[in-house]
Design a protein around this ligand. Structure first.
Ligand SMILES: [Zn+2]
Length: 100
């Protein structure tokens, strides 16, 4: 009559428990750290993809700024401002790349 007995199966390893509390305890002690690690890894992967995309956009932005900088319609002050802004972004980009 084993089948008639209600059991709670662990979704990670398939081990069956008679009481939900026992299952919860089992999951907490055996699998929770694994689950946490997996989540962390997923998060990290997503951050890397996002970072690469942002990096591309930043490189693009620097290109646009540098293009604007040589525009003949700009005053010296505006050119200097654009130069400073693109320099700041380049420095940021360099520090982000170094951090990888
Ligand atoms: Zn388990």
């Amino acid at each position: 009559m084993e089948e008639a007995k209600k059991s709670y199966k662990c979704k990670y390893c398939g081990e069956a428990f008679e009481k939900p509390l026992m299952l919860a305890w089992h999951v907490r002690s055996k699998h929770k750290s694994v689950k946490k690690r997996e989540k962390k890894r997923e998060k990290k992967a997503a951050a890397t993809v996002m970072g690469a995309e942002q990096l591309n956009k930043t490189v693009e932005a620097i290109g646009i700024l540098k293009g604007l900088q040589v525009s003949p319609n700009l005053s010296e002050g505006e050119k200097k401002l654009l130069g400073d802004v693109s320099k700041t972004i380049e420095e940021l980009l360099a520090s982000v790349r170094k951090g990888k």
